[in-house]
Design a protein around this ligand. Structure first.
Ligand code: COA
Length: 161
């Protein structure tokens, strides 16, 4: 699946905001609009975000903390996968994997050695997805009780099954 990460501009904003989660997935991540608002309100988290495209269709959204000075327990990094959304109609087609692969390329090119993320625990959540890509629990929880995961960037991502 060839995915492209594109900037969000006035020309594509509405189309990107139309990316939708499946019912119940709002337990695990905020909407695109709320994620962009969160970025605006949390500049200290060094937000960097892009729309995910397959061809000319926006199919997702990704947001990172870009090389921040970690300040645990609230701000983990320097490289933290803050949001990842694949539109409900496009899930389970390999797009999420490709987005993480693209993020890994970007972070490696900046000299990063690990990518962190966190997730809410619950049925239907992304734990299995992250495990499949090689993320492992760091052994701690964030202040909201989310499990913190780390992906060492020395190795290639595991192959698609
Ligand atoms: C989690 C999410 C990003 C995964 O994206 P996706 O495009 O559906 O995932 P992929 O198709 O790339 O899956 C990659 C691998 O993970 C597995 N996988 C995907 N979702 C999974 C899940 N919920 N549980 C277990 N395994 C899962 C796939 O089967 C695939 O395995 P394979 O390599 O053996 O084929 C997407 O489902 C989503 O946007 N969910 C709602 C929001 C969310 O929870 N975001 C993450 C928290 S910020």
């Amino acid at each position: 699946m060839a995915v492209e990460l594109r900037e969000i501009t006035d020309d594509n904003r509405d189309a990107v905001l139309a990316v939708r989660l499946a019912p119940g997935q709002d337990r695990f991540v905020t909407s695109v609009l709320d994620s962009i608002d969160e970025a605006e309100d949390n500049q200290e988290g060094k937000p960097w975000y892009r729309a995910v495209y397959v061809g000319d269709e926006p199919v997702g959204f990704v947001m990172l903390s870009w090389d921040l000075d970690p300040c645990p327990p609230d701000m983990n990094g320097p490289w933290f996968l803050w949001k990842l959304i694949v539109d409900e109609r496009h899930q389970r087609r390999g797009i999420g994997r490709e987005v993480v692969a693209r993020v890994v390329e970007i972070v490696r090119a900046e000299g990063g050695t690990e990518l962190l993320t966190s997730h809410v625990v619950g049925e239907g959540g992304p734990a299995g997805f992250y495990a499949r890509l090689g993320f492992v629990p760091r052994g701690d929880l964030d202040p909201d009780g989310e499990v913190i995961l780390r992906l060492p960037l020395q190795d290639a991502l595991p192959d698609a099954g």
